[in-house]
Design a protein around this ligand. Structure first.
Ligand code: BG6
Length: 482
């Protein structure tokens, strides 16, 4: 077996607009729902806001130079809708679109392939104010307006497009990912309604790429955690299958087969959470086929049986806000279907995410065998506390261990025939976490700021930076040198 990854393999890393850019309300940009949500998290938990984030808006040239130094072949990032169309629709913000032109040109000049995500959680707040955002079907036509403009603008420079980031995670963590007006709080049906509108938007974006971009390739970026049964008791195995159907299959079937997974839909109908589907919707979804699947893989999950009639109520995923192991606020429960739980066989991060490289090999094998479409990793990484030492270094051995194990798992899957186009771990540089501020770090490049103090956002190469440089230089054969 050849040890090397294919020559054309796209080594890189990922970020998203609101998590790195900053300049949240300057240069013509107006608020996105994430600017508002993160301001609230600052007030409640003391996490940094998105106002400055990693200040990539002002550091992008330096960041691209660092990516080049690491040897990147690709950079996956997202475009902020509210930077391009501050009001969601209407006139374009020239300065905003110019920023992305400059970023993409800078990447191309450095031989780094842009992998562009159209939507990463940051709906323009104007559309929330206008019609409650993704809850309303009206958003679909505004998304089309935005997507058409952006895809057309970059059709000659961007080949790889991902549509909507992590619909499955949006459903789980609805209030973290979407601004939900007070009157809808506690209404679980809107989770699946929002997701249905996103499916329509996803299909439209796929069609637009196929129509406008010569040789363009498009797919969704799914947040994918395989669900294992807690034990080999048949009831637990069945619960894991139910959870897989609702968390994973429900999305894959839309992207690749153009329909909703029956078992999951029957459960949603039974519990009053099923989306309203209008005539023509499923035809549109079928037409918007995907060329590949982008996977964001961090962890696996675990489920056990949850018999009906034991007094449990429907609840969705918990979150660990403290960054102390074991302080997860709860586990999703779908009575009669499954209950999520901790996997006793796996170690976790400080935020209780199970560390499971084999899970990556498992999902690659499983998904590829079922759909036979190329896959790419658009996120994978370890959220950790990093320490800047007095001599200006970051010894993030733990991150190297995590990434090394996942690259090995990916290679194993490739050796068994899985077609993988790219590895873009999370994240190129430190950024604002979606749930834990900036103290939970993911980057190869350290951004010198804290939750309270943005300082100058100076960039510092971590040990993992040099390690990844060698991985790329050696086409994935040298995973040990630092
Ligand atoms: C993915 C998201 O779910 O996980 C990213 O696409 C996010 O936006 C990443 O940052 C890690 O999650 P968190 O909550 O640690 O930032």
């Amino acid at each position: 077996m050849d040890n090397k990854f294919p020559k054309e393999f796209l080594w890189g890393a990922a970020t998203s607009a609101y998590q790195v850019e900053g300049a949240a309300t300057t240069h013509g940009k107006k608020l996105s729902q994430q600017d508002v949500i993160n301001k609230d998290s600052y007030e409640k938990f003391g996490f940094a806001t998105a106002e400055i984030a990693s200040d990539e808006y002002h550091h992008y040239k330096e960041d691209v130079a660092l990516m080049k130094e690491m040897g990147f072949k690709a950079y996956r990032f997202s475009i902020a809708w509210s930077r391009v169309f501050p009001d969601g629709t209407g006139p374009v913000n020239e300065e905003g679109i110019q920023y992305y032109r400059d970023l993409i040109d800078e990447l191309k000049a450095n031989d780094i392939e842009p992998i562009v995500t159209l939507y990463h959680y940051d709906l323009p707040m104007a559309l929330v104010d206008k019609y409650d955002g993704w809850i309303s079907r009206e958003v679909v036509k505004d998304f089309e307006y935005y997507a058409r403009y952006v895809i057309n603008e970059f059709k000659d420079k961007v080949k790889y497009w991902t549509t909507i980031n992590e619909q499955s995670i949006i459903v789980q963590f609805i209030e973290q990912k979407c601004y939900i007006p007070e009157k809808y709080k506690g209404n679980n049906q809107i989770r699946y309604q929002i997701n249905h509108h996103m499916n329509l938007a996803h299909a439209i974006a796929c069609k637009l790429v196929h129509e406008l971009v010569p040789n363009g390739l498009v797919g969704a970026a799914i947040g994918y955690a395989p669900v294992y049964p807690l034990t080999s008791k048949p009831e637990d195995v069945m619960a894991a299958q139910n959870a897989n159907d609702l968390h994973n299959q429900y999305y894959l079937d839309i992207y690749f087969k153009g329909h909703y997974t029956k078992s999951a839909m029957i459960y949603l109908e039974k519990t009053g959470m099923a989306p309203k589907i209008e005539p023509g919707d499923m035809e549109l979804i079928k037409e918007g086929y995907s060329d590949f699947l982008a996977l964001n893989y961090y962890a696996s999950e675990c489920a056990k049986a949850c018999p009906e009639g034991e007094g449990k109520e429907i609840c969705f995923a918990g979150v660990n806000r403290s960054g102390k192991k074991g302080e997860m606020s709860g586990y999703e429960t779908q009575p009669g279907f499954f209950e999520m739980c901790k996997n006793p066989n796996l170690d976790t991060t400080d935020w209780d995410w199970a560390i499971d490289p084999t899970g990556l090999e498992y999902i690659f094998r499983d998904i590829y065998c079922r759909y036979e479409k190329p896959l790419m990793i658009t996120e994978n990484g370890l959220g950790a506390y990093d320490e800047l030492t007095e001599d200006g270094k970051i010894h993030d051995e733990y991150r190297i261990d995590y990434l090394r194990a996942h690259i090995k798992a990916m290679k194993k899957a490739m050796d068994y025939g899985v077609e993988v186009l790219a590895y873009c771990p999370w994240s190129a540089l430190d950024l604002l976490s979606t749930s834990n501020g900036v103290k939970k770090r993911y980057g190869f490049i350290y951004v010198d700021r804290t939750d309270d103090d943005p300082k100058e956002c100076a960039r510092i190469r971590k040990d993992s930076f040099y390690w990844y440089q060698k991985v790329i230089q050696s086409q994935g054969t040298d995973l040990e040198s630092k």
